[in-house]
Design a protein around this ligand. Structure first.
Ligand SMILES: [Zn+2]
Ligand SMILES: [Zn+2]
Length: 890
């Protein structure tokens, strides 16, 4: 059965599904719409059509049906005080990032706050009964309507009125009674204006009949009486019936203000300021006419440009007026809406990126920038953020805390967009025909080119109405991993010893064994979970190589064989491995909070992995980490280790834990059980976690970050070691450093000594010269004298400076002499030859240099008096000297 058939079925029995006490008491009549035949309830005798087909549709624009005027903030105060006065608890909004459901990125309705998924079932958990909540909801399906239709928002405040019939709650009669009185008494709408329309609502695995209430053609709220579980074709009555009334706060404000659009009364001073800055003449009479027509035309045409065209025609507005007034106004409304959504999302820890829910945020920021560029609007983004938060904090004071972080993220992200424009321009210039919706999606998905940019540079004139719907469908829900199916039917859940006494040696009974798997009645082996790797050890003498949880049953994987079913086996957990893993796990918690403290409120654990001797923590962050940031994170983490803070573990009812600690506890993902295990390191770090932990932070010993890397857009990986591995890492690192610095010191010492020796030798030149010229045969300080006219040396205390200076002075003092100095310089051997004035007539320095170099495997040359050369062969130094000697003496 589809929704239409169910509605028919329910409407065929109105006493059972729709008739409430109020209708009887006040004399509401049930009518069928003369146009569409839907059933509705009204006190207005003359009304013949449902709100969708009445003449008074949107007639409140410019002519509100109430005496009182309430803007967004005031409207909530009115709603809240009404429900509190009538026995409800007012609950703070839940985050817009839906951390407690792994099938949703963002909170899309107020009832989602109280839904928890357990297996395949959705259960409801209310922190109070009955309650009312101003829940900010994000929806990205109708983005192209935002700013244009006067009533579509990318985020809006859903007034959630929720009740469970038992325990002080109520059911249909009182719900509708309250909603009617809210609209008539609290807001002052005439009773004849309130129309209830029969409908059916389905979602989250349950459904029920519903009454939508309208005033002047605008739907203010929808009261859903959730009483069936399953889908429309196969269902049964829920154990727990739920009142799920959701109403749009923006519409409550709008109907009392009667402004041309809902945007005009829901952003406080923001839109007014922007209109003034842009210098737009916002003639309200013209806008009332135009936006009333837009509202009426919206459902008549599928295409937005058709809606616009017909509205301006019916309102008698020229093309010039549309261009000068309407188009820039649409841009301003869009900017105000999108920035408000970004403020909520970033405050609650989401980052613009190209994956998951971050997609929507990135595309919205790019739309803001494109819109400003296209319309030539030069607004200061920080000013708009400030004005929005100043206004919103009256209802949502928590936004004050993240004011700075929101600005930081928007600035970084805007910079990225600006720097990608050149590339987008190139891609856009290659588009030759009108791109289809699929082309546009591909262009955005693979190249980051937004349709708003293409509109800005006139490649397309309008964004197709299905673009954002399609894109949002592609990125709406997360993928849930499936586990391998094992035959475990009928087995009792495993008693987990590691949460209690945690014995490392224990006996257990084999409940089932098959292939390589064993299921015991009880176990101390930690099963892989929450990024913590499983324990190893022995069961009945066989090696345990893997441990996994299937539901509440722990399955051990063995190597080498398996024990028989029914046997009692002795089990030993590898306690050294466990200890290593445990230290790394607690360190992950410490590093996660350290990172958030150092970097910003947007840091969440993205995922984690903890092994015996290493671990990694992936955090959400916009950029790669700098060395300074890494050092700061490590420093703070180790300061917390030193403080020796006790690590406490307590079990709470899930709702209590959420109320007490907030949704920060879900760092490792959702907890699909009613009782959550809260691991806290005082108030530094509080997480819902099923892993093993040390007793006190000092047990971790030390945390060293070994490497960091940006692994995807918006996610940074920290690889680290803790405990013994960290100590060893530091020792090894220190030993390497010590070795390197010792080598450096030795080299410096050697260099210094050599320099000193050279210096000494230079000072000795005159004395040496004196001494050597008096010798005709022999050796003075490594300088050989042969036949009173050949002087040579290979002594390593002599350098180039010496050979040049000493040789020159020597042959000057003895014109018959030839000097040949050979020395090593880096990888080569060099030779310097001087020949005295007389000697050079017979033995030219250049000839000697050439011959000597040949011996050394190189080449040389110069003048008859002075020449040099050399070669690589260090073993031929003596041979080279002998060659020179023979050329002079023979
Ligand atoms: Zn109708
Ligand atoms: Zn944990």
């Amino acid at each position: 059965m589809g929704k239409k058939e169910i509605l028919e079925k329910f409407s065929a029995d109105p006493d059972r599904y729709y008739k409430v006490r109020l209708f009887e008491e006040k004399g509401f009549a049930r009518k069928s719409c003369a146009t569409c035949h839907r059933y509705f309830w009204t006190m207005d005798e003359k009304r013949t059509n449902c709100p969708d087909h009445s003449d008074d549709t949107y007639s409140f624009i410019g002519n509100p049906p109430t005496k009182k005027r309430f803007d967004y903030t005031q409207a909530w105060k009115e709603v809240e005080s009404f429900f509190v006065k009538n026995g409800h608890t007012s609950v703070n909004r839940y985050p817009v990032v839906c951390r407690w459901r792994d099938d949703l990125y963002f909170t899309i309705a107020s009832i989602v706050d109280f839904q928890r998924v357990m297996g395949s079932k959705v259960v409801f958990e209310f922190p109070a009964n009955p309650l009312v909540v101003p829940q900010t909801c994000l929806r990205f399906k109708d983005l192209e309507n935002v700013g244009v239709t006067g009533r579509h928002f990318s985020s809006f405040c859903m007034i959630g009125q929720h009740s469970i019939p038992e325990n002080h709650g109520y059911w249909k009669d009182q719900c509708i009674d309250l909603d009617y009185r809210l609209v008539t008494e609290q807001f002052g709408v005439d009773k004849n204006e309130v129309v209830f329309v029969e409908d059916v609502w389905e979602g989250g695995g349950s459904f029920g009949s519903s009454l939508e209430f309208f005033v002047k053609g605008v739907e203010l709220g929808n009261a859903v009486f959730t009483e069936f579980q399953g889908d429309l074709t196969s269902y049964k009555t829920l154990d727990q019936k739920i009142i799920d009334m959701g109403a749009g706060l923006e519409r409550f404000a709008w109907i009392t203000m009667g402004t041309p659009t809902a945007y005009d009364c829901c952003f406080g001073p923001v839109t007014g300021n922007l209109i003034q800055q842009a210098g737009i003449d916002a003639n309200s009479e013209l806008l009332v006419r135009y936006f009333t027509e837009i509202a009426k035309n919206l459902d008549r045409f599928g295409d937005l440009s058709e809606v616009r065209k017909n509205a301006s025609k019916s309102a008698g507005i020229s093309e010039e007026q549309v261009k000068k007034t309407i188009t820039p106004l649409e841009g301003i409304y869009l900017i105000a809406d999108h920035i408000r959504t970004l403020i909520f999302a970033i405050s609650d820890g989401a980052l613009p990126s190209n994956v998951g829910g971050g997609y929507n945020l990135r595309i919205m920021l790019r739309r803001i920038i494109s819109t400003m560029d296209r319309l030539g609007l030069k607004f200061d983004m920080n000013e708009i953020i400030d004005a929005q938060i100043d206004y919103l904090k009256k209802t949502y004071p928590e936004l004050e805390k993240t004011r700075k972080d929101v600005k930081t993220i928007i600035e970084i992200e805007s910079g990225r967009y600006e720097s990608s424009k050149l590339r987008m321009q190139k891609i856009a210039s290659k588009l030759n025909q009108r791109p289809t919706v699929d082309d546009l999606i591909r262009l955005y998905e693979s190249d980051g080119v937004t349709p708003d940019y293409l509109k800005e540079i006139n490649v397309i004139s309008e964004i197709p109405s299905t673009f954002y719907t399609k894109l949002s469908e592609l990125h709406q829900s997360k993928k849930v991993e499936k586990q391998e199916h094992l035959p475990l039917e009928g087995l009792a859940e495993t008693e987990l010893l590691y949460y209690d006494k945690d014995p490392k040696e224990f006996d257990a009974k084999v409940l089932k064994s098959f292939d390589k798997y064993v299921v015991l009645d009880r176990t101390s082996f930690y099963a892989r979970g929450g990024g913590q790797e499983p324990d190893h050890g022995k069961i009945a003498g066989f090696d345990v190589v893997d441990v996994n949880k299937h539901g509440n049953i722990v399955v051990h994987e063995l190597k080498g064989g398996i024990p028989k079913e029914g046997e009692t086996v002795s089990c030993i957990v590898d306690s050294k491995r466990r200890e290593g893993i445990t230290k790394h796990h607690t360190s992950t918690h410490i590093l996660n909070s350290s990172s958030r403290n150092v970097l910003g409120s947007w840091v969440w654990q993205h995922s984690a992995f903890k092994e015996e001797d290493h671990a990694r923590l992936d955090i959400t962050h916009h950029s790669a980490l700098t060395e300074e940031e890494v050092a700061k994170i490590e420093e703070l983490a180790n300061a917390k280790v030193k403080e020796n803070i006790p690590v406490t573990i307590e079990n709470f009812d899930r709702g209590t834990a959420e109320q007490k600690y907030g949704f920060r506890i879900y760092q490792g993902g959702i907890v699909p059980v009613k009782s959550v295990r809260i691991v806290s390191i005082e108030d530094f770090d509080v997480e819902a976690c099923g892993g093993t932990h040390v007793k006190s932070t000092k047990d971790v010993e030390l945390i060293k970050i070994t490497r960091t890397k940006r692994i995807q857009d918006g996610v940074v990986r920290l690889e680290f070691v803790a405990g013994k591995t960290a100590q060893e890492y530091v020792k090894k690192h220190e030993a390497e450093l010590a070795k390197a610095s010792a080598e450096q010191a030795a080299k410096e010492q050697r260099d210094k000594q050599r320099e000193e020796r050279k210096e000494q030798v230079r000072e000795k030149i005159p004395a040496l010269l004196e001494q050597i010229t008096q010798t005709s045969e022999g050796k003075v300080d490594e300088i050989l004298v042969s036949g009173g006219k050949f002087y040579s040396t290979t002594g390593d205390q002599y350098d180039e400076y010496f050979h040049i200076n000493f040789g020159e002075k020597l042959v000057k003092a003895n014109p018959k002499a030839v000097y040949c100095g050979i020395f090593e310089e880096k990888d080569t051997v060099r030779a310097i030859i001087h020949a005295g004035e007389e000697a050079s007539k017979q033995s030219k320095a250049s000839d000697i240099a050439q011959a000597v170099s040949l011996v050394l495997g190189g080449s040389g040359g110069g003048s008859p008096r002075f020449a040099q050369g050399g070669g690589p062969d260090k073993s031929k130094k003596d041979e080279a000297i002998n060659k020179a000697k023979s050329m002079v003496l023979e």
